[in-house]
Write a protein that binds this ligand. Structure first.
Ligand code: DGL
Length: 272
């Protein structure tokens, strides 16, 4: 009998749709409930305590929807809150950091890896630590790129101004001869063309969304994790929830992906 699971995924907002798209490609027969914390987005400049609190609240909401697996699509939340979430909830919890780190460690040849992300992600040092832990001798260069998210959301991703900012942020990597660049933020795959142009053809760009999707497939394959829990009778249509007016989530989401999003429900009670 096919095992159908219900996957809950949260992000600070709309960016996690890049992860959703990949995970559903790998798990096409499962059901997805996506929560975008649009009322409190962005997380990238917030304190650790706040990001952890938001992550617990978002996860609690999703767990109340009877999910079997929780995916933290947000890199900022994955960097700061994954350990807490794993300890707090008794269902499998998957973040984007660990799968991305494993992939980057696999593809690098010279062990010189660049990581870009929000301020909170880079300041947490989690990517740097996890890479150094699994790849001895790794040289990890990390750079916060706080202007990328607004540039993307405000539709400047293909403009000259973005090109200049990408150039500026990536300068240290070019000087340091990295061979792998990890995109440690939900939004950055949408700037991949400019990043590729700037960093050149020889650097491998790691998109954590794909690594996370593969890890989700692996967790599902370990049927023992789910046999007692999985209750979904079959695939249900995707459900989308946000914590603020859904208008801009829909607008940006549909523009990012060229798809029409179904009904987006607003939940306001806990998210302030
Ligand atoms: N989703 C966030 C991340 O992946 C980016 C947007 C934000 O700062 O909230 O880190």
């Amino acid at each position: 009998m096919t095992l159908h699971i219900k996957i809950g995924m949260f992000d600070s907002g709309v960016g996690g749709l890049t992860v959703l798209r990949e995970v559903e490609r790998f798990l096409p027969t499962d059901s997805f409930i996506y929560f975008g914390d649009t009322a409190r987005c962005p997380y990238g400049g917030k304190s650790n305590t706040t990001i952890i609190r938001y992550s617990i609240e978002n996860s609690t909401f999703l767990i109340k929807q009877d999910i079997d697996l929780l995916i933290v699509a947000c890199h900022t939340a994955s960097s700061l809150a994954l350990d807490t979430l794993t300890k707090t909830f008794n269902i499998p919890v998957l973040g984007v950091v660990r799968p991305a780190v494993a992939l980057a460690a696999k593809v690098t040849q010279n062990k010189r890896i660049g990581v870009i992300g929000t301020k909170a992600t880079i300041q947490s040092g989690v990517y740097q630590k996890e890479l150094s832990d699994i790849l001895s001798g790794a040289v990890v260069l990390a750079q916060a790129c706080p202007l990328f998210v607004p540039l993307i959301e405000e539709q400047f991703a293909n403009e000259t101004i973005s090109k200049l900012i990408v150039k500026e942020y990536l300068k240290p990597f070019k000087e340091e001869k990295i061979d792998t660049l990890l995109l440690g933020c939900t939004h950055y795959p949408l700037l991949e063309r400019l990043i590729r142009e700037e960093i050149g053809p020889d650097v491998q760009i790691v998109n954590p969304a794909t690594a996370c999707a593969q890890a989700a497939l692996k967790i599902k394959g370990d049927a023992a994790v789910f046999t007692k829990q999985a209750r979904s009778p079959g695939k249900i249509p995707h459900q989308f929830f946000v914590s603020d007016d859904p208008h801009s989530f829909r607008q940006i989401g549909e523009r990012f992906f060229g798809i029409e999003l179904p009904v987006i429900q607003t939940v306001t009670s806990t998210f302030h």
